[in-house]
Design a protein around this ligand. Structure first.
Ligand code: NAD
Length: 296
């Protein structure tokens, strides 16, 4: 079998177009413009690139983007004061604090200071609890993007065997909750899992979120399975720096039914889902129906 390639770039463009369409309608019919505030503390180069890209795409879909750049020595008190201000600003529907924060700042404390209704990253403890209990939550962007791609691929996921490799709070755990919410039989595998190859071989859906280059070889993949590769790993090969996933793409593509490439798979979906979450937060804040197809 040669796998169908799931084109995350095209999918993300479709999501952004849907968001832009809904944003235009919100403006026209209700005079509301969704706003996303992004807070960056310090000068981490990768974080700066992400924040720039988030701001650019926010404006492209017609939303307001508010960037708050604070210096690396910012005190916890000052950061919490800014979050409080954003929590109370009616023009701001989504708040994202770019992680990682400098070491002197307590990430849990800062994230849990965000109004959960504006927590478009879905990391607030209330949103984690809402997701775990099957209630309306703000859902972390990367797993939401994976779920959208899986639903698009299969329609219903009900009854499918899904294996999520990785148990992080950002990807693995929320991904498993979302798959459970869609009635998959879910296994969460991690660094201590015994017999990982056998666990993966049972899966109709494999989501790999580990951060180890090409650790899942093709012969672990059940014939026809759908493989979602969240990993982004930088390696040197043939004298060049390349990005590869957690799955060995070449061998997995010979067995999978469908597979996301790296780059160009899950990656572009994350910011698209951040925009979708900001739109959802704005609709909820204004008592309007949620955008169809853009929530969990
Ligand atoms: P993390 O380091 O927080 O978690 C990794 C998980 O992998 C852990 O739960 C650990 O138990 C598990 N693990 C480690 N070694 C293992 C092994 N040998 N076998 C099985 N499980 C093992 O990482 P994360 O934040 O969840 O990110 C995972 C990967 O996804 C990274 O490559 C990251 O860059 C990428 N990522 C991509 C996006 C995106 O596409 N937008 C977003 C977030 C993370």
């Amino acid at each position: 079998m040669v796998a169908q390639v799931i084109d995350g770039k095209a999918f993300a463009a479709k999501v952004r177009a849907q968001v832009a369409d809904k944003v235009a309608k919100l403006k026209e019919e209700h005079g509301i413009t969704p706003g996303l505030a992004v807070v960056l503390v310090g000068e981490d180069p990768a974080s700066q690139v992400y924040v720039r890209s988030k701001g650019k795409q926010t404006v492209e879909v017609g939303m307001n983007s508010y960037e708050h750049k604070l210096d690396a020595e910012t005190s916890e008190q000052d950061l919490l004061a800014l979050i409080d201000k954003l929590n109370n600003d009616p023009a701001v529907h989504g708040i994202l604090v770019q992680l990682p924060l400098p070491k002197h700042l307590n990430e849990d404390l800062v994230i849990n200071a965000i109004n959960p209704a504006k927590d478009v990253d879905g990391f607030h403890i209330s949103n984690v609890g809402l997701l775990a209990t099957g209630q309306k939550a703000m859902v972390p962007c990367t797993p939401l993007g994976c779920l959208m791609m899986l639903r698009d691929q299969h329609g219903s996921l009900s009854g499918m065997d899904a294996v999520v490799i990785g148990r992080s709070n950002i990807v693995g755990k929320p991904m498993a909750q979302l798959l459970l919410g869609d009635s998959c039989t879910v296994t969460i595998a991690h660094s201590r899992t015994r017999n990982l190859p056998d666990v993966v071989r049972r899966a109709d859906i494999v989501v790999a979120a580990v951060g180890r280059p090409e650790m899942v070889p093709g012969d672990w993949i059940k014939e026809g399975a759908t493989v979602i590769d969240v990993g982004i790993n930088r390696i040197e090969r043939d004298g060049k720096t390349r990005l590869v996933g957690d799955v060995d793409y070449a061998s997995a593509a010979e067995r999978a039914g469908a597979i996301t490439p790296v780059p160009g798979g899950v990656g572009p979906m994350t910011i698209a889902c951040l925009l979708a979450n900001t739109l959802t937060a704005c609709c909820r804040a204004n008592g309007l129906p949620e955008p169809e197809g853009l929530t969990a």
